[in-house]
Design a protein around this ligand. Sequence first.
Ligand SMILES: C[S@@+](CC[C@H](N)C(=O)[O-])C[C@H]1O[C@@H](n2cnc3c(N)ncnc32)[C@H](O)[C@@H]1O
Length: 444
Amino acid sequence: MTRAGSKATASSFSSTTKNDGSKKSSTSNKRTYQVDSSVATRANDSENQVPQEKSPSFYLIPQSLQSDEQQQKQQSSSSITIRHARSKIRKKLPFDTIDEENDEMTSHQPSHKEKFQYSPTSQLIFDSTKSPPGQKPRIILKIRLNPLKDNQEQTSPTKELANEITEALGTVKLANDIKSSENNKVVSSRIIPFTRNKRIQSAANVPLRKIHGTPLRGQFLHAPDIKINDDVDNNNEINSNQTSQQPLPALCVKKTLSTKQIENFIDGVINDDNDVSPLRRSKRCVKLTKYKTAMNFDSFIDQECEDGLEIRTTNDKGRGIFSTKKFYRGDYIVEYAGDLISYQQAKQRELTYGLNCRIGCYMYYFKHGEKVYCVDATEETNRLGRLINHSRKGCNCQAKVFVIKDQPRLILIASRDINVGEELLYDYGERRKDVVDSFPWLNG
Ligand SMILES: C[S@@+](CC[C@H](N)C(=O)[O-])C[C@H]1O[C@@H](n2cnc3c(N)ncnc32)[C@H](O)[C@@H]1O
């Protein structure tokens, strides 16, 4: 196994494993609607009856009712007709239509109600008559939970809905602007138009064992897997009055610093390390990116999600991490998990590690706020983030800092679409000439 100090040569890996790319959008020549807006769900694990107004709802905004500007913005996005969506849902989801009212829709007074048996314990309702006061008419897809009979187990309607509606429509990305209710459960979410690279990172990727506890009635299990991409801002206008939206609490990346700035900063504090291998002092820099909107990766991190990854031994880099599923740009990949320590502690540890040339470099320095931290992943664990190798020119991941419970956490997200079988690589950010000269693979 190649460790710090080893020479780099080329490596290649490929796989012919099936690629599970997302579905393409589709349109029809009927009236066009943009799938947009809010999902409100409830969180109550004991009662059987869910108040109607708190049931999860998906809003489809007729495109013809959007302003020209909005329409222009969304022209590149996929769009669907509501009829088309309905028929797709009918075909794809295990619904039995139980009631159908006026099927006529007009632009300004849409009036349509259609109910589907969604599961033994819930119904899905298309309701275009509901429109928040002062807002443009919307089509609402609503889940209504039926009273549970004795011993009847509530399947998680929201999770199913999110998964299956996304599947069925193919054109939507379920984004969220999740708002916590008093008891800290998720109560709202949104759908925004699907465009390339903007999609839901499906809950299907998260094995059930990683979802803690038994699914409870009304629990928004899907929340961990829904994220907002940067472009969600474009849709805020549409949604802003829908619910009192709050940013996701877990994530806040506040600063935009250039790599150079971070390098300079870290240089300033680590240049006195003369007695350890230069690579060990590698200042892998996290390019802090200002997110226009928060991304909900906290649950991936909490659940230690490492789905779609496997370790393989490479020819020249020791172990590496390879994808076993398709990742899309912006997807959460894995946490660079290890001990979060201060710069001073890291320096102490480096001195110890430096004595043993067989210990590789797994120290990841980054600046957060005014402090330099280090995630030390030197200890062998079963976490995969620590095994991701470097590539400057061919990287497909990027490190990001997220703050969870006041603690900065390092995660890697896909910087482009990644196919099954690709090695995951990110740029360690080491640019110092002496170090790069000693370890030419840093240039690769
Ligand atoms: C964080 S570890 C990555 C996992 C490591 N390959 C292992 O087997 O444990 C960093 C070490 O991997 C090796 N490495 C990473 N990227 C490399 C590359 N592009 N070429 C050669 N070696 C690399 C170096 O030895 C480096 O010190």
